[in-house]
Design a protein around this ligand. Structure first.
Ligand SMILES: [Zn+2]
Length: 117
């Protein structure tokens, strides 16, 4: 999958997708992509960019958008950081767990992962 995304993405957008030569952070089992949902409506809340958007609006430091959108984005980041995750510099929705570099790159399908107990 990582290679399919890489090949389908224009070179100037490559910071938004994983380089198959080094492996996606997601292939280590230490990364998560997430957003916030409004429990009353069941809908994802508005953030400064769309989820998975490939533009500078996706940067966690992007200063545009509404104050409300930025405050939701920053709230998500604060809660994730409190649990040991750090935000990816180009995507407000992508978080890596601490020490993610120490984990080997895996390439199993979910069906191949069996419980250890
Ligand atoms: Zn991600």
């Amino acid at each position: 999958m990582t290679k399919i995304f890489w090949d389908a993405t224009p070179p100037e957008q490559h910071k938004f997708v994983a380089d198959p030569a080094t492996g996606s952070r997601h292939n280590r089992g230490c990364a998560v992509d997430l957003t916030l949902y409004d429990l009353k409506t069941g809908n994802a809340v508005e953030m400064p960019s769309l989820y998975d958007e490939m533009s500078e609006r996706a940067y966690p430091t992007y200063a545009g958008g509404s104050a409300e959108q930025r405050s939701r984005r920053d709230l998500l980041r604060r809660y994730m950081e409190a649990e040991g995750f750090s935000v990816y510099e180009y995507e407000w929705w992508h978080f890596d767990y601490r020490d993610w570099r120490a984990y080997a790159i895996g390439n199993q399908r979910f069906e191949e992962l069996t419980p250890t107990r």
